[in-house]
Design a binder for this molecule. Structure first.
Ligand SMILES: [Zn+2]
Length: 334
């Protein structure tokens, strides 16, 4: 993973009512064919401009430092201008992104960069080529979540209330095109989401949402940032309706070694070396991640698209090694 595509430790915005209308704030994105209606942004509240420069010098190789500086400049542009520039710059016919609906010359390489990610066989952290939409920055994991939502939930077939934590832009665009979705999104650091409408500021470990109030919670690449992840799992379970589902994705190690974590480390260089990114506090072992979900009272299942839906998984260029942990709040009290 690279710092430009992760999540800060939390959550926040709300779009009520039918999410399927063309939204005036999103005119530069074409609707995908057949649509019924109409990135890795890391950074936490700890990060200051001075800190950002220190981190890039300490961690990034020269090539990534250049792109970091380009991004620092383009971040000054209004969001609609940035996205329209990307859409025009990368327009082509080789790939079509199902999330934002744009056709592009190619998907881009994404992820990687820290030795520990390769060493620990971290799925969701390794570099993948031909992966990320250059317009909305949706990548393999975004497409995997979309596939789960369209194939394993009743999204679009009945009214649903969805909480999207640290909303990635591609999935945000896609969800807002779905009918009968009451869409709520949140993060602890609102300034990272200028492109997201009505984001609510919320700490994932202390959510202000009512209990039993969401059909679906989406929380991707957040929990590896959260020191007290047990509190976060408990909050996710609390806000889910009985029978509700949580899509809980995180980078996870597949080398057989246990979860490595130390939330007391506040040295970005050491965090990058040990956990694969300057603001991570752990690398999960996948089985342990599922065990922590179960300890919070969630039933678990792994959605494995390459095994369950191989043709569609290939068509969407999903990572064949990646599975999506699903937490289900039991319909009846345990
Ligand atoms: Zn896209």
């Amino acid at each position: 993973m690279q710092p430009a595509a992760c999540r800060s430790a939390a959550t926040g915005g709300r779009h009520s009512g039918p999410g399927n209308k063309a939204r005036p704030g999103l005119p530069m994105f074409r609707r995908p064919p057949g649509s019924p209606g109409a990135m890795r942004q890391c950074g936490t509240s700890r990060m200051t401009p001075t800190g950002a420069i220190a981190i890039q010098v300490a961690i990034f190789p020269e090539s990534r430092r250049f792109m970091f500086n380009v991004r620092q400049f383009t971040n000054l542009l209004p969001q609609p201008v940035r996205f329209e520039l990307r859409r025009r710059l990368f327009a082509g016919s080789a790939r079509e992104c199902p999330l934002c609906g744009n056709s592009v010359k190619a998907f881009h390489g994404h992820g990687g960069g820290a030795a520990v990610l390769d060493e620990r066989k971290v799925v969701g952290g390794m570099r993948r080529e031909d992966d990320r939409c250059p317009v909305c920055h949706a990548c393999d994991r975004t497409r995997m979540m979309m596939l789960f939502l369209e194939s394993e939930t009743e999204l679009g077939r009945r009214p649903m209330r969805i909480l999207h934590v640290a909303p990635d832009f591609g999935l945000y665009l896609w969800l807002r095109r779905q009918p009968a979705v009451d869409y709520v999104c949140s993060d602890i650091d609102a300034k990272r989401y200028r492109h997201i409408e009505a984001l609510q500021i919320a700490d994932l470990t202390k959510l202000h949402f009512d209990s039993d109030s969401f059909d679906i919670v989406i929380c991707s690449h957040v929990l590896e940032h959260v020191p007290d992840d047990a509190a976060a799992f408990a909050e996710i379970r609390r806000v889910l309706k009985p029978g509700g589902k949580a899509l809980l994705l995180t980078p996870y190690a597949m080398d057989g070694r246990p979860t490595d974590e130390d939330p007391s480390i506040h040295d970005p260089v050491e965090q990058d070396r040990r956990f694969g990114q300057w603001d991570h506090v752990r690398i999960y072992n996948r089985d342990d991640f599922l065990a922590r979900m179960e300890a919070a009272g969630l039933q678990t299942r792994l959605f494995e698209p390459i095994r369950e839906m191989p043709e569609r998984a290939t068509e969407l260029a999903l990572n064949p090694l990646e599975a999506l942990p699903i937490g289900i709040r039991p319909a009846q009290p345990a």
